[in-house]
Design a binder for this molecule. Structure first.
Ligand SMILES: *Cc1c(COP(=O)(O)O)cnc(C)c1O
Length: 234
């Protein structure tokens, strides 16, 4: 049973690495400029363990309780945990205690709490700012309104314990991802002019990783293409 799951993960992982390599080459980039974060949400720690055996280093989770439990179960593995989900203020410190990278920072209220968690953990936490790609005029449901990014970035950059590393975004469901990611490229150019060292860009998922790599993604977050469909009931 677990052998066949390992085979399945190996095959799907190889296919995703091929997609990344092809997209990077098509964009005139080196394939190793794009890191794969495997999103393991809803899947058991046993899958995380198999992925680690297959060479996966970066794993992503979007729900605090599930992530915290899985990170604890896999504490013996050399993994880097990325928190990619909506962050409640009262959970932010706890997230920073196990996540080496927090990708979904979208408001200044989180900053001090993340810094406290980093201090508890005795290490620095890498921060990506999640920027909303909802078209102008739409309510920004996920991520920071691009207009609020400069202040948020400055706040993270001056907070000890946190390292401002770059941006994260999710393409809206009802729009061509290439269009949304072209807005992201513009937002990123502005952002880099103020924070030239914060070069990471986490964008692209199972369905749109090629479009994200075209605009410069350094990290793609891929769940279903590696692990299969997520269970409907959580
Ligand atoms: C679930 C999730 C992903 C992975 O999505 P897939 O379509 O399964 O590849 C990527 N990013 C975020 C923020 C997610 O919540």
């Amino acid at each position: 049973m677990s052998t066949s799951r390992a085979d399945e993960l190996r095959t799907r992982l190889a296919a995703v690495h091929d997609r990344i390599a092809r997209a990077a080459t098509d964009a005139g980039r080196a394939p190793d400029e794009v890191a794969l974060v495997v999103v393991t949400k809803y899947f058991p720690a046993s899958d995380v363990r198999l992925l680690a055996e297959l060479g996966v280093v970066d794993v992503g989770e979007n729900r605090h309780q599930e992530a915290e439990a899985k990170a604890a179960e896999c504490a013996d593995l050399p993994l880097r945990w990325h928190f990619i989900g909506g962050l409640q203020s009262n959970k932010a410190a706890a997230v920073a205690r196990y996540a080496q990278v927090v990708e979904s920072v979208d408001r200044t209220a989180l900053v001090g709490r993340l810094a406290r968690g980093a201090e508890d953990a005795g290490r620095e936490v890498d921060v990506l700012l999640q920027v909303s790609l909802d078209p102008p005029g739409r309510e920004h449901r996920f991520g920071a309104d691009p207009a609020t990014l400069p202040a948020l970035a400055d706040e993270v950059a001056r907070t000890s314990g946190l390292r401002l590393r770059g941006l994260m975004a999710v393409a809206p469901l009802d729009e061509d991802p290439a269009l949304a990611f072209s807005r992201l490229a513009g937002i990123r150019a502005d952002f880099l002019s103020r924070h030239p060292d914060a070069t990471l860009l986490s964008a692209g998922m199972s369905g749109d990783l090629e479009a994200a790599i075209t605009v410069g993604a350094t990290h793609v977050r891929v769940g279903t293409a590696v692990l299969g469909s997520r269970p409907a009931v959580q």
